[in-house]
Design a protein around this ligand. Structure first.
Ligand SMILES: [Zn+2]
Ligand SMILES: [Zn+2]
Length: 390
């Protein structure tokens, strides 16, 4: 079959690879019908995550049709149309039973688990196509993919929803929604969203769905700001400088009730501070550039919440702990609990509260994905979200 493989930094290819097969009785094989590139795939593309091996199949946002099932599968059946959760979870361990699916104890093979335990104290669950640190599972940017614990990870899609409407239930929609829900929004609240990429776009719309009165989107890319404005957000173009002072101006000096960092470890801020971060990151003295996180903490009102869906992998410098303490902030973060959110969000799509396909700017074939990695990474051609249809 054809698959998108990682061969090194900025080297993504279409290659002919062996078809996947059932390895474990709980597996299913999915024939992929749609897959997309996630912002976090760019961390692999840019070589920020260790544990990638040449030939690894990329992709954690995908859906399709069940082609075959292992003997222990009980709910998924051949022919089902499903969207697959990007995190792999067993559904049976203590964490899965407590809706903390991304902390699953049973899906990360022992070698990766040990590496994660050394780095983070405890290991988490696995992610499709996301390095050997996260399980080394083949990803879904391919014609076929093996889905472990298929009964747990496959969400059936009703026929009235198109692939474009259902695809993002596996990752970016739940991620944006959980980020907004973590803001504990009350009527009248102002929410600031740093970063108007796909996760930021879903966070903006989710904040409105959850009752925010005003959402302020901060970014520097015109197309992203325009998409945020379409959702009703007040837009704040970073290139005009001083976003923190302008957030104060917009909130009578008080600051937003909650701030969402939808940027993560590859912040592209300008100025001395980011230049300093870039140098330290290049020298491996610091692993993550935290421009957006620092801004979110500095901007947030006293007693407010900073919600962090943006991905961080290591260490950051100049974490404004004093500001967080003085203001009594609550910080909420972490990998999304996709399995817990996706069924509820599917209902919101079915009842037409939201149509997630709004975020798609590029529709391509699998063969065109390597080129689109570059386009998406460069934020060129108005690219916000790429979907490949097979
Ligand atoms: Zn993702
Ligand atoms: Zn589990």
């Amino acid at each position: 079959m054809k698959a998108i493989t990682w061969s090194g930094r900025h080297d993504v290819r279409v290659e002919e690879v062996p078809d996947p097969s059932i390895v474990n009785p709980h597996d299913a094989i999915i024939r992929v019908t749609a897959t997309s590139i996630c912002g976090s795939d760019l961390h692999l593309y840019n070589g920020f995550l260790p544990g990638m091996k040449p030939g690894d199949i990329l992709g954690h946002e995908f859906m399709g049709e069940v082609a075959s099932t292992g003997p222990a599968c009980e709910t998924v059946q051949v022919g089902d149309r499903v969207v697959v959760m990007c995190g792999i979870s067993c559904g049976r361990c203590w964490f899965c039973k407590h809706d903390l699916y991304s902390a699953c104890d049973n899906t990360n093979p022992s070698s990766s688990q040990r590496a994660l335990e050394v780095a983070y104290g405890h290991a988490g669950g696995s992610i499709f196509g996301y390095s050997h640190l996260y399980g080394g599972y083949a990803g879904g940017q391919a014609e076929y993919v093996r889905v472990p614990f298929a009964d747990v990870g496959c969400l059936p899609v009703p026929p009235e929803l198109t692939d474009e409407q259902a695809l993002f239930l596996g990752d970016v929609f739940p991620t944006g929604f959980m980020a907004a829900e973590n803001c504990a929004i009350e009527r009248g609240d102002t929410i600031a969203v740093f970063g108007a990429g796909p996760v930021g776009q879903f966070a903006i719309r989710s904040a409105f769905m959850l009752g925010a009165e005003r959402v302020i989107a901060i970014d520097s890319v015109p197309e992203r700001l325009a998409m945020a404005a379409e959702a009703g957000a007040v837009i704040l173009d970073e290139t005009h400088g001083e976003p923190l002072r302008r957030l104060d101006d917009l909130t009578g000096g008080r600051g937003p009730d909650a701030c969402i960092d939808a940027v993560g470890l590859e912040a592209h801020g300008k100025g001395v501070q980011n230049a300093y971060d870039r140098v330290k990151q290049a020298l491996r003295l610091e692993t993550d550039r935290a421009v957006a996180l620092r801004s979110a903490i500095m901007a947030c009102r006293k007693g407010g919440i900073v919600s962090i869906p943006g991905v961080y992998g290591g260490f950051i410098d100049k974490f404004p702990m004093g500001a967080a303490f003085l203001k009594g902030l609550t910080l909420k973060m972490g990998q999304t609990q996709f399995h817990a959110y996706a069924p509820r969000l599917l209902e919101r799509i079915r009842t037409r509260e939201i149509d997630p396909s709004f975020v798609i700017t590029h529709r391509v074939t699998l063969d065109e994905l390597p080129r689109m990695y570059q386009v998406f990474n460069d934020k060129a051609d108005g690219c916000i979200k790429v979907v490949a249809k097979l």
